[in-house]
Design a protein around this ligand. Structure first.
Ligand code: 5GP
Length: 190
């Protein structure tokens, strides 16, 4: 049976790399995985690809989609920007036997759990809050002010970890091991 997996964790925790590693593992095993592409109203970052990393849309387009009930879940993040998971693709891929990964925040996770009881929640933990700051700064894609805001959000997000079904710590430079742990969690949960 296809699994719907929600992966959350503070921004800067290395979720993106872990998810990329998971995609590689599925491919290697000839298994079907769809990584949901979210819509967002934030601006594109260097290294991101339009319609692959996100669908970058305007606030009015986002609001139009809300009106038409086209989101499985959506949220206005602490930075003031909107993020949402388009529902149709998720349903289609699950129907076709794909496991589906949503890389979303805790507000989104709560909405998904309400609507889809079988969803599996995995929270990726940093080894420490200092490590999150280190990674955000290393990424060097945001202003000091945004980094500070993201750190504050990260501290709040860490408090929600117990709502998840599984916690996985992503140690520095251990993304492959972390992804293997998540892979085993997905495969053994019914
Ligand atoms: P970033 O701007 O760093 O790409 O993402 C900021 C936060 O928004 C991250 O915690 C990310 O997981 C979350 N996020 C990304 N897409 C979605 C979405 O579709 N829905 C929700 N609720 N959160 C999302």
């Amino acid at each position: 049976m296809s699994k719907l997996v929600v992966i959350s964790g503070p921004s800067g925790v290395g979720k993106g790399t872990v998810v990329k590693e998971l995609q590689r593992m599925y491919k290697e095993n000839n298994e079907k995985l769809y990584l949901s592409i979210s819509c967002t109203t934030r601006t594109i970052r260097e290294g991101e690809i339009e319609n692959v990393s996100y669908y970058f849309i305007s606030v009015s387009e986002f609001q139009e989609m809300i009106k038409k009930n086209e989101f499985l879940e959506y949220n206005q993040y602490g930075t003031g920007k909107y993020y949402g998971t388009p529902l149709k693709k998720v349903e289609e891929y699950l129907d076709e036997g794909y496991d589906v990964i949503l890389e979303i925040d805790v507000n989104g996770y709560r909405q998904v759990k309400e609507r889809m009881k079988d969803a599996i929640g995995v929270f990726i933990m940093p080894p420490s809050i200092e490590e999150v700051e280190y990674r955000l700064r290393k990424r060097n894609t945001e202003t000091d002010e945004v980094i500070k805001k993201r750190l504050e959000i990260a501290k709040e997000e860490l408090k929600t970890k117990d709502e998840y079904d599984y916690l996985v710590i992503n140690e520095r430079d251990k993304q492959v091991e972390t992804a293997e742990k998540v892979y085993r969690i997905i495969k053994r949960s019914i």
